[in-house]
Design a protein around this ligand. Structure first.
Ligand SMILES: N[C@@H](CCC(=O)N[C@@H](CS)C(=O)NCC(=O)O)C(=O)O
Length: 205
């Protein structure tokens, strides 16, 4: 059994995985890459032909979806929600929603405000996709409206990591003004997790 390798770019979606690693105390080899790898790390294609982060390599298996990797990391820990628990399917829904529904519009914003060369930047696309994110993020506010501390199962779970990263990314893009009060308070609770701070520190090493 070899130690898993996590390929990561600072504050990219792979932060979900590094945060989960720190929450559960798993030993992994962290491989930091410059962003975007397709421009600055051509050798990474041999690991992940998609040229996206994260990638997770473990015993001959390569995973490339942040949600699936987080699920792998938290398996058999209290951060997972088990099939016999009442919130199991809600939990799974949040795990899928985290990237497919909530991070996607933010990725469009990043591309058209930061990644593209200045002449290809599109302020209108960024504004439209921020509005798209705003509509979708109402689902977080609705879930937290009853005053609950965490999204599901009455405890901090991988759903808070997966969705918390999307809210954190919105904040790094200055798009958090569209988040509701309950969401902003929950985001602060997420960021106050010692494991989140450790992950952000470790990615700088
Ligand atoms: N659905 C994938 C998306 C992965 C993804 O698009 N990652 C971004 C970083 S946040 C990336 O590597 N972008 C660089 C590129 O596409 O060239 C996941 O959740 O891991």
């Amino acid at each position: 059994m070899t130690q898993p390798i996590l390929y990561h770019c600072p504050d990219a979606r792979s932060l979900r995985c590094l945060w989960a690693v720190e929450e559960v105390g798993m030993d992994v080899t962290l491989h930091n890459l410059p962003f975007p790898p397709r421009a600055f790390a051509p050798e990474y294609r041999a690991v992940n032909p998609l040229m996206t982060v994260p990638a997770w390599v473990e015993n001959g298996l390569t995973l490339t979806e942040s949600g699936a990797i987080v699920e792998r990391i938290v398996q058999n820990t209290p951060l997972d929600v088990a099939p016999h628990e009442a919130d199991y399917w809600l939990y799974r829904n949040w795990m899928h929603r985290s990237d497919a529904t909530l991070t996607f519009p933010l990725a469009v914003m990043i591309r058209y405000t930061q990644v593209e060369v200045p002449e290809r930047r599109l302020p209108q696309a960024a504004a439209d996709y921020k509005a798209f994110f705003a509509g979708r993020a109402k689902s977080i506010e609705a879930a937290l409206a009853d005053g609950r501390e965490w999204l599901v199962a009455g405890r901090f779970t991988a759903a808070d990591i997966a969705i918390g990263y999307a809210a954190f990314l919105a904040e790094t893009l200055n798009a958090h003004d569209v988040l509701g009060d309950a969401t902003l308070a929950w985001l602060e609770r997420c960021k106050a997790r010692p494991a989140f701070a450790r992950a952000r520190l470790r990615q700088k090493a």
